[in-house]
Unconditional design. Sequence first.
Length: 214
Amino acid sequence: MNLKFGILQGRLSNAPNGRLQFYPKDYNSEFKVAKDIGFHYLEMFTERKYNKKNPIWTNEGISSLKNSCVKKNKLYFYSFVDDYILKNKIDKKLHKYYQNLILNLKNLKIKILTIPFYGINRITKNNYKEYLHFINFLCKECTRYNINLCIESNMAPDLFLIIQKIIKKNLYFTFDTGNRILLNRNLNSDFLALKKYVKHIHIKDKDIKKKNLK
């Protein structure tokens, strides 16, 4: 199996005020650090609040990512995480946002788009039917450009399997060890139940207060 290991943008920079998740001002410099450490790629992301300075939103930024960041350092374009969904409701504006984002990911030949359904868009057994149309829309947009769509969620395996059976095509799972450890569930059993659809894994740890560790 040809495994690729990466690290999320911002994790190789000095975080302000001890923050774990932040977009680095000098995003370019992290790619060389990733190369020197031995990572295959940096997992790029968009923030909870729209940031027009994120290079993913401009042709110039995309060109810089291709040439100055990835090609120059002999890395890969592989995965992308969109945090914008954590604080923005699903409406026509959000649909347009994802059409633009996915088109730009296509231009970078991104293989995996992870959508974390936490925050105001946490999927549960009680509300999952409300999200089916939106998930189907995301799948279709990603399929158009050969991108695999992955849900990241603390949902139980049986709920994901229900959703996957309805959507059917191009819907996978990002398995996050740190988030799922909060559930007092058996990680091994959950992984085995989902393994057919696990396309991506986020590895992190929590302290005894259940806070993310750097």
